[in-house]
Design a protein around this ligand. Structure first.
Ligand code: URA
Length: 288
């Protein structure tokens, strides 16, 4: 990594303005690799050198990976003049290093990966890699076997080509048995003898069990049904447009998995936590 000036490094890490950090350095409150440094133009390598200001370690955050449960009404963007973004919800000092790996619509909730690892984000989003994204949706009417077949065969949604095969699974939710349904989510067998499943039945069941909260099921009103959908593309409003193509309206949408990594249901709306080592490895090795 290129060498940078100490005052610039401290300012970029949010320690203070350029003139404030110069004063801080000159007053002997900054140490580089354990030694007092009083020259603001001292050069350092942020990836190798250790910097402390007033005894507090600065920088060297390396790669960062957060799983966030995005609330509705928040943009999956880094910054926006008017609307709150997922990055605004991160309270850590290094929040501005992060960006969301992929976009969800403003009204869509659920799993957003926040990272500063551009390579991993690219791999997860690249259309050529076909990494599956799985959603919980509440849609109007009652999803039929025909809809399941049409999703599998591909739908015309106004793009050059039909959508790639998607896996639509109906979830049987009965208000009286919500708790039981969480433990046995009632994922119906997809009659899909030829096409391989994007997400195995066991995995889909796990996603539903671990990624969907009771409060999500509870949003399902009269004349609506709950489904899980796995797709390997990320076209604009893809899920909403696919349901539109079969005459249905998406009333609620929540992403519950990226590849084989499932949203942690214990994360409340807007909450986040670091990915575990295991989740990170799963994402790194994710391929359809
Ligand atoms: N499909 C949609 O329609 N919206 C999203 O936010 C994600 C997938």
């Amino acid at each position: 990594m290129a060498q940078v000036r100490l005052d610039r490094f401290l300012a970029e890490e949010g320690v203070g303005t350029r003139s404030e950090v110069k004063k801080l350095i000159r007053s002997g409150r900054v140490r580089v690799n354990g030694a007092d440094v009083r020259q603001p133009d001292c050069k350092l390598d942020p990836e190798k050198d250790s910097v402390e200001a007033d005894g507090k370690k600065i920088g060297q955050t390396g790669f960062l990976y957060l799983m966030m449960n995005k609330p509705g009404g928040v943009l999956s963007a880094t910054r926006d003049g008017r609307t709150q973004t997922v990055i605004n919800l991160v309270k850590e000092s290094w929040a501005d290093k992060l960006f969301p790996a992929g976009r969800l619509d403003k009204d869509t909730e659920g799993f957003v990966l926040l990272t500063n690892d551009g390579m991993l984000a690219h791999r997860l989003l690249s259309p050529r890699r076909h990494v599956s994204k799985t959603y919980f949706a509440i849609v109007s009417g009652f999803v039929t076997e025909d809809d399941v077949r049409l999703f599998r065969e591909g739908l015309e949604i106004g793009e050059k080509r039909k959508t790639l095969p998607a896996q639509l699974v109906r979830l049987t939710v009965d208000g009286d048995f919500l708790e039981e349904k969480i433990h046995h989510p009632g994922v119906q067998e997809v009659k899909n003898p030829d096409a391989p499943l994007l997400v195995s039945r066991a995995q889909m069941q796990e996603f539903c069990m671990r990624g969907i909260a009771l409060s999500d099921y509870a949003r399902c009103g009269e004349g609506e049904c709950c489904v899980a959908v796995a797709v390997t593309e990320g076209k604009f409003h893809q899920i909403k447009r696919m349901f539109e193509a079969v005459g249905r309206e998406v009333r609620f949408l929540k992403r519950i998995a990226i590849g084989t990594v499932c949203l942690d249901r214990s994360l409340g709306s807007g909450q986040y936590r670091p990915l575990t080592e295991e989740e990170l490895n799963l994402l790194r090795n994710t391929e359809a």
